[in-house]
Design a protein around this ligand. Structure first.
Ligand code: NI
Length: 171
């Protein structure tokens, strides 16, 4: 396993939508293992392949991040929403936006259909943090980012903050 580099906004590769996964062979298994290691090392509760510059419809979520909780890794391949209900606001972060936390409007409950890492279909109903994470990571697969949910003023502020950060870290 290996830790891969997570792209940071405003890297344009974050805007490239993912293509459906068709091959569940060794390369995909290695990618899933690497994504898990990368996500836990960050640490984060979710990571999409598109955040590594790999344009595939694949993301991982583990909302059991507490030290006293067992890990609960879920792999979503080619996910689709079956239902979205209600509204809620959640303060979100993103591994592609280090240091940024913003309130974002989401659906309160979601039902999602996806394949697991072996290509087996499953359905999952979620609420709370898991529902937020699924919606956030699903956005990544379409090249959509948390700033796209913000008003113009907040979006500009986050953009400036991230551009400044990128300039500082490249010195
Ligand atoms: Ni994210």
């Amino acid at each position: 396993m290996a830790i891969r580099t997570i792209l940071h906004y405003p890297d344009k590769r974050l805007r490239i939508p993912g293509e459906p996964v068709r091959d569940f062979g060794a390369a995909l298994q290695t990618l899933v293992d690497d994504m898990a290691e990368t996500m836990y090392a960050a640490p984060g509760v979710g990571l999409a392949a598109t955040q590594l510059g790999i344009p595939l419809r694949l993301f991982l979520i583990d909302v059991a991040t507490g030290d006293d909780e067992p890990s609960d890794l879920r792999v979503f391949v080619n996910p689709e929403f079956v239902e979205r209900q209600g509204e809620m606001t959640w303060e979100e972060g993103c591994l592609s936006f280090p240091g940024v936390h913003e309130e974002i409007d989401r659906s309160e409950r979601v039902k999602v259909r996806a394949l697991d890492r072996d290509g087996q279909p499953f359905e999952l109903e979620a609420e709370g943090l898991l529902a937020v994470a699924i919606q956030h990571e699903h956005d990544h697969l379409d090249g959509k980012l948390m700033v796209d949910h913000l008003g113009l003023l907040r979006k500009r502020m986050v953009h400036r903050q991230m551009v400044k950060r990128a300039a500082e870290s490249s010195v």
